[in-house]
Write a protein that binds this ligand. Structure first.
Ligand code: AMP
Ligand code: MG
Length: 640
């Protein structure tokens, strides 16, 4: 029997495959809609019909004219022609919309009628006003009309008793039009599952509140709430509870009692303080059906069914939480909501690099799409399972089966799109990222041109450009032999669009006398002589790393292998005292209030093909670059 006493450490008892976990969850839950409610027309959008709807009236409700003209007997006009128009006497009434006719149309007569007016007795067609000439109390008609011309007959659109909408239909604007057209002001729909969302963790702070040291914002809560709403549920965000057994047990029990389902996140792994799984184990039988699923990201997922209700603990990392939610939780919840399975669009795309994968786990890799020479290219956008931005930068994901160890470069893969219209961007900018680029891309966006920036480092960008899998490669690479930036690295047929210069230098906390007030050589000597001076380096493949390696001349000071992938991470590390020195650009140092010792005024330029895939897009980029010069200068860079 599971107990409610939390353990400081526990192991996953048994790792289930994705399919086994799903089967166990569905078997225990047997998900079906929760009940029916009547909802007013105004609030039906997005709801799911629980019953077929039969039309209670005909639409239109009477025979009516579809044009402005004259109600006639078609037989009177059989002989009418331009040469010999037929004359009809006008009846003394005009049938407007909403007026019931009083007089019949006798042979040889006509009654003026507006679009939507009810056809009078005797008439069987309408002649358009454009095809008549007024002649006092008569009209002359110069062409014949067929019986039924310009008449919509009662019930011709919707016939009384006809099934108008079927059970299971998701109601949108078109369905609402049909309901309103037959006078229905409400419909029977499935009750939405009310799902409680509770984040767990001592470190969590709600968005909008100030961040304490060592704390992070609760991003799982809001993203799960949004995903629940997209999947037909009513989501109730209960905030975050700390990792304290008593507080958590109380919050979980109250949430469980008051809702149809409960989704927690965090605290399911093996770490100290992880106790959500022990807490939910006490909620009811059958209880936990899977804890530990062979997914990557997402292994710590815990699925339970307690007293007929789903109870899920998603992994704490936001991307893991989202993938496991969509893969295993959303399908079950959609069945509770009466919704059909979500339709996902897939496209084929080529993988430009080898994608390593863990054997034995179904792996999800987020990818950004660009247009390549032979169709779509899927660039992996991996920042680790703790990253949320990868979602915004990618168009979809590909699934690496549990039995594959890696996908070789060149694999044709199937990408599941996040949204319906994930068209590749007009401009793919792949390489080194610089904050100055945001001004240029913003200007392009104002012109309706979508650019996508993928930060792979200068060398990754050049490689993608060589394969023609991107349009522009921003680079800052120094050739040690010539002392020139960037140009020596271009392949035959490439050219350089001049970007800007940016000062790279050493970052330090103000008051650090090993660097402050010294020359570069003095500072380096002092830092390398001090075993307590900890460096924060940069990732391999980045231009900044090359520059640091040149400075170090083979030295390996403490912290050398601490190698984050951005200027900001270097600055944060120094500002927070994890490291004492590192290399980054001046604007980043200034934004963090750090000291800065200049090292190199480097050139940040854009490599492109002389004959690009889309010359107009490149021209637009060059124009935007020129126009952005003032913004770039304000950002602390020197254009040109
Ligand atoms: P856990 O599963 O609780 O061990 O958490 C794993 C990681 O995810 C830790 O870095 C947590 O800080 C982070 N995390 C947990 N819950 C959330 C949340 N609601 N929002 C953002 N990050 C979270
Ligand atoms: Mg936690």
């Amino acid at each position: 029997m599971p107990t409610t006493t939390p353990m400081a450490q526990h192991q996953f008892l048994r790792i289930l495959s994705r399919d086994a976990a799903e089967a166990a969850f569905l078997a225990a839950l047997n998900p079906a809609p929760l009940g029916i409610e009547e909802v007013a027309l105004d609030h039906l959008s997005g709801r799911v019909l629980a019953q077929d709807i039969a039309a209670p009236v005909d639409a239109p409700p009477f025979d009516r004219s579809t044009v402005d003209g004259f109600a006639v007997r078609a037989a009177d006009l059989f002989e009418a022609s331009g040469a010999e128009p037929v004359r009809l006497g006008l009846n003394p009434e005009t049938i407007a919309c909403g007026t019931a006719p009083r007089l019949a149309v006798a042979p040889g007569t006509a009654t003026p009628i507006a679009t939507g007016g009810p056809l009078p007795r005797g008439a069987d067609a309408v002649v358009m006003i454009e095809h008549t000439e007024p002649e006092g109390a008569q009209i002359a008609v110069a062409r014949a009309v067929a019986p039924g011309s310009h008449v919509a007959f009662a019930g011709s659109d919707i016939a009384l008793g006809q099934t108008l909408l079927r059970k299971g239909t998701v109601i949108g604007a078109r369905e609402i039009a049909m309901l309103a057209a037959v006078g229905l002001d409400h419909a029977a729909v499935w009750r939405r599952p009310r799902v409680a969302v509770l984040s767990t963790g001592d470190e969590l702070v709600q968005p909008g509140q100030p961040l304490r040291p060592a704390a992070v914002y609760d991003s799982n809560g809001p993203v799960i709430v949004a995903a629940l709403r997209e999947n037909g549920c009513e989501a109730v965000h209960l905030g975050a509870v700390p990792d304290k057994a008593e507080a958590m047990t109380a919050a979980v029990q109250a949430a469980f009692a008051a809702h149809d389902a409960l989704i927690l996140s965090g605290g399911t792994s093996k770490g100290a303080g992880d106790l959500t799984v022990a807490v939910i184990a006490g909620l009811g039988s059958p209880g936990i059906v899977a804890h530990g699923v062979a997914l990557k990201p997402g292994k710590p997922l815990c699925l339970a069914v307690c007293a007929g209700k789903p109870v899920v603990v998603l992994p704490g990392f936001p991307t893991s939480a989202m993938f496991t939610f969509h893969e295993l939780v959303a399908p079950a919840l959609r069945r509770l909501a009466g919704l059909p399975p979500r339709s996902t669009a897939r496209v084929a795309a080529r993988l430009p690099v080898r994608l390593t994968s863990e054997l034995g786990r179904t792996e999800f890799a987020m990818v950004a799409l660009t247009e390549g020479p032979e169709g779509l290219v899927a660039h992996p956008v991996s920042k680790g399972s703790g990253a949320v931005t990868a979602f915004a930068q990618s168009d979809g994901f590909l699934t690496v089966p549990a039995l594959a160890e890696s996908l070789p470069a060149g694999t044709e893969a199937e990408v599941t799109l996040f949204g319906p219209a994930a068209a590749p961007p007009a401009l793919a900018v792949v390489g080194s990222h610089c904050v100055g680029l945001d001004a240029v891309v913003g200007r392009l966006a104002d012109q309706g041109l979508r650019a996508r920036i993928l930060a792979t480092g200068s060398q990754g960008g050049l490689a993608a450009l060589r394969r023609r899998e991107c349009d522009i490669a921003p680079i800052h690479l120094l050739d040690p032999d010539s002392g020139l930036y960037n140009r020596p690295f271009l392949a035959q047929g490439m050219r350089l669009i001049p970007g800007w210069r940016r000062m790279q230098g050493l970052l330090f906390r103000p008051g650090d006398t090993r660097i402050e007030g010294r020359t570069l050589d003095e500072a380096l000597a002092a830092l390398l002589a001090d075993p307590d001076a900890i460096l924060v380096n940069r990732n391999q493949g980045s231009g900044t790393r090359l520059l640091m390696d040149r400075l170090l001349k083979g030295a390996r000071p403490p912290g050398y292998w601490n190698q984050p992938a951005s200027h900001n991470a270097v600055a944060a590390s120094v500002a927070q005292g994890r490291a004492d020195w590192g290399m980054a650009i001046r604007p980043v140092a200034e934004a963090m209030g750090l000291g800065f010792l200049p090292v190199a005024d480097e050139h940040y330029d854009f490599a492109v093909w002389q004959e690009p895939r889309d010359p107009e897009a490149i021209a637009a980029f060059e124009a935007a670059l020129t126009e952005s010069a003032p913004d770039i200068r304000r950002g602390g860079f020197t254009p040109g």
